[in-house]
Design a protein. Structure first.
Length: 475
């Protein structure tokens, strides 16, 4: 059903309608559009803009329509321009002309952004829940390897030995920041736009604050022009999705490396691997690769929306129709990737012996020599230079650091006595890293425990919000 056109002599050209039409992708806003219509109807009824009898009939028809949308017995048709016109078609089919009474005091401009905010809140809560599931998986796996050593890397070169539990747990802290971002996003996004009209508000006795409360928003708009043109909540949600994608990509990159024949640290479970159509021996970590690849898609969606928003004049412009598909796609992408990576992490086994054997290689204990000299009051620049000379001598003579003689140590620096051997062990290096957030196994255990507690608190907070949102939608 067309929501406009009386001042036109004819309908749009086929090409114009095809370009303008959005019902094929914005139909997923239908449940939120019906719920926001119920909230708007409440205000129209209380303001006596719609009679009680008509309001009761419209309310019943809306709820009937919601059930039909849920079961798929009512869907958008090819003649529907968008989700709003499709639902009004459904209402008028049930009620006749009074089905269009909901248009009073409401424009598609404030209607669509209200619907999209509700959709975004609902689905970002789902994303947040899946992030807590992934974090739980990461931290539980990290807890299995607290006392296992492995080389830590910078520049993909051996740097210093670390607890492998510490190595795994680092990812959980990145996702914890993503959860914080989502929580912050809620504060800025829980703002109702309904009542702003096309851009100037309404001369009808509406109550935007009441509507906002009815829909579970924390507040109503403060400026009607901003209300219909603001898409910061979309851009920020896409930024969060892209950042989650980056963090998933970094997990993917590490799993690809660790599962390679050259590393052979990670044994990815069969159910999270794929094979080759021509090479029967292959077992590929494709979930890790897909996580890495999908991050580009998430970044692209963010860039497309920010580019579309750049320089738009106020208030509403049809360009804003382009806000939905990137948001839908980014959320759908994460809803696919997060469970797969959660399962991959949970079911991967790591070769403790190989990692421990690799931990001291590449002269990763050289920093212990420098720190040993610093504890003897040698300036770090001199200590660093002396440790480097020890490495150079080892490379020249094909030995490891602990194989240098006492005389050779002393020849490099007079304070470098035989006592240095006590720190040239992986266990000694790990246990000495006791500063806050360090890799000493005694600290890592507490770090993981604290992170698990924080993740559980986030999970409860998200579950409470999901419950409240579900109750609001069912009201």
């Amino acid at each position: 059903m067309a929501l406009w056109g009386a001042r036109f002599s004819g309908g749009p050209a086929d090409a114009v309608f095809a370009l303008s039409r959005s019902a094929h992708f914005d139909w997923r806003l239908a449940p939120y559009d019906i719920r926001s219509s119920l909230a708007h109807l409440s205000v129209l009824e209380s303001s006596k803009l719609v009679t009680k009898n008509d309001a009761a009939a419209i309310r019943g028809a809306l709820k009937e329509l919601a059930a039909q949308v849920s079961t798929g017995t009512f869907v958008a048709e090819s003649s529907d321009e968008d989700v709003h016109s499709a639902l009004e078609r459904g209402l008028t089919a049930k009620l006749g002309p009074i089905g269009s009474a909901l248009r009073a005091g409401r424009s598609r401009n404030d209607q669509v952004t209200t619907d999209l905010r509700l959709f975004a809140i609902d689905h970002m809560l789902e994303v947040a829940h899946l992030v807590t599931e992934l974090n739980s998986s990461i931290l539980k796996k990290a807890g299995e390897y607290i006392n296992d050593s492995a080389p830590g890397f910078t520049h993909i070169q051996h740097a210093q030995p670390v607890s492998f539990g510490h190595e795994l747990a680092k990812h959980a802290h990145a996702f914890a920041r993503d959860l914080d971002r989502i929580n912050d996003w809620f504060k800025r996004s829980s703002v109702s736009s309904l009542g702003a009209g096309a851009l100037a508000g309404s001369s009808l006795p509406l109550d935007p604050a009441h509507t906002a409360k009815n829909l579970g928003f924390e507040s109503s708009f403060a400026n009607s022009i901003d209300a219909v043109s603001d898409r910061d909540y979309v851009a920020e949600a896409l930024f969060i999705c892209a950042t989650i994608g980056l963090h998933l990509s970094r997990i993917g990159e590490e799993w690809v490396l660790w599962a390679s024949t050259e590393f052979a640290w990670a044994k990815v479970a069969d159910e999270y691997s794929t094979g080759s159509s021509i090479m029967p021996q292959k077992k590929n970590p494709d979930m890790a690769e897909l996580a890495r690849g999908k991050s580009g898609r998430l970044i692209g969606n963010l860039v497309s929306v920010m580019t579309m928003l750049k320089g738009l004049p106020f208030a509403y412009n049809r360009d804003l129709q382009e806000d939905k598909e990137p948001l839908f796609d980014s959320i759908d992408t994460l809803l696919l990737v997060l469970p797969a990576i959660t399962g991959m992490v949970a079911t991967t086994d790591f070769d403790r012996a190989k990692m421990a054997l690799a931990a001291p290689t590449g002269f990763s204990l050289a920093t212990e020599i420098a720190d040993y000299l610093v504890r003897k009051n040698v300036p770090f620049s001199s200590a660093h230079e002396s440790a480097g000379k020890c490495v150079a001598l080892c490379e020249k003579t094909s030995r490891q650091l602990h194989e240098l003689t006492d005389a050779e140590f002393l020849s490099i620096h007079p304070s470098l006595d035989g006592g240095v051997r006590a720190v040239l062990t992986v266990a000694g290096a790990l246990n000495s890293r006791t500063t806050a957030g360090g890799t000493a196994p005694t600290l890592v255990g507490d770090q993981i425990k604290n992170a698990l507690n924080e993740n559980q608190a986030q999970r409860k907070k998200i579950a409470d919000k999901q419950k409240a949102f579900s109750e609001m939608m069912g009201a």
